[in-house]
Design a protein around this ligand. Structure first.
Ligand code: KIV
Length: 275
């Protein structure tokens, strides 16, 4: 047996999160890198390696171009940085919708290569049976209903959902189907409070809201949005920091110091030994 100290902290698991239905709200944030995951880990129950990484980190216009390899690389980084939060990795567009077998092969690869605890899929029409297939074969799945960013091409943009009776009924059905197929939790994005509460009351696993009111069993935000990295954020984001302002100030100070030859100073250079 290795002489190294054994890991004593147990990560939260899908059953732990599922058991929080109706209890203390579940705290979730997105994470894409090891150092940020390390900071978030002390405060969050669940870290989502969201395919929003494509827009937030890689500058893509939407999440459609995100690949499985990108998700695996960021999933590995977040697993290395965290110890106790449950880590869920998004399956990207095109990796799980085509067939249950395809979903299984790609989800299994993500689980094996990252060591993450679960995957998330956008639970639109026809995906419920793939969730069932994954869960029955040992892969915990989180669903995602309402505003589904991977459907941006069909929808023509990112818009709040559930504005008509027909759409509300469809989203409720999709949430029910995801939960009945074995999802341990369902993200509900961009819907009015009434619908979020209706979904939360209708399914027996936790709802995780983003732009869906405090009526959900937990909340998630894109970390870079809530830290204030971007000039524009959706209406539902509350800014808890001004990272853009802080970075701008720091970089301007550095640039000024370099130009004025104030950096590096005596404390930041090496000296040759005498003799
Ligand atoms: O990709 C992502 O970051 C997400 C969250 C917004 C829920 O799916």
């Amino acid at each position: 047996m290795s002489s190294q100290r054994q890991e004593t902290v147990r990560r939260l698991t899908a059953p732990d999160i599922a058991a929080r239905k109706g209890g203390v709200p579940i705290v979730c944030l997105t994470a894409y890198t090891a150092p940020v995951a390390e900071i978030l880990d002390d405060h969050c129950d669940l870290l989502l390696v969201g395919d929003s990484v494509g827009m937030v980190v890689h500058g893509l216009p939407n999440t459609v171009g995100v690949t499985l390899d990108m998700m695996i690389l960021h999933g590995q980084a977040v697993m290395r940085g965290s110890r106790k939060a449950m880590v869920v990795v998004d399956l990207p567009f095109g990796s799980y919708e085509g067939s249950a077998e395809m979903a299984y092969a790609n989800a299994a690869r993500v689980m094996k290569e990252t060591g993450c605890n679960a995957v998330k899929v956008e639970a639109g029409p026809a995906v419920a049976e793939n969730i069932d297939y994954l869960v029955k074969r040992g892969i915990p799945v989180m669903g995602h209903v309402g505003l589904r960013p991977q459907a941006v091409m069909v929808d023509g943009g990112f818009r709040a959902k559930g504005k008509t009776d027909h759409e509300r009924a469809r989203i409720l059905d999709e949430a029910r189907a995801a939960a009945e197929s074995g999802a341990f939790a369902v993200v509900v994005e961009g819907v009015a409070e009434g619908l979020a509460r209706e979904i939360t009351g209708a399914i027996d696993v936790p709802t995780i809201g983003i732009g869906a009111s405090a009526g959900c069993d937990g909340q998630i935000l894109v970390t870079d949005d809530m830290l204030g990295l971007f000039d524009w954020t959706p209406k539902f984001v509350r800014r808890y920091g001004d990272l853009r302002g802080e970075i701008t100030k720091a970089v301007a100070g550095y640039a000024d110091d370099v130009r004025q030859r104030r950096f590096p100073g005596p404390a930041e250079i090496y000296f040759a030994k005498a003799g």
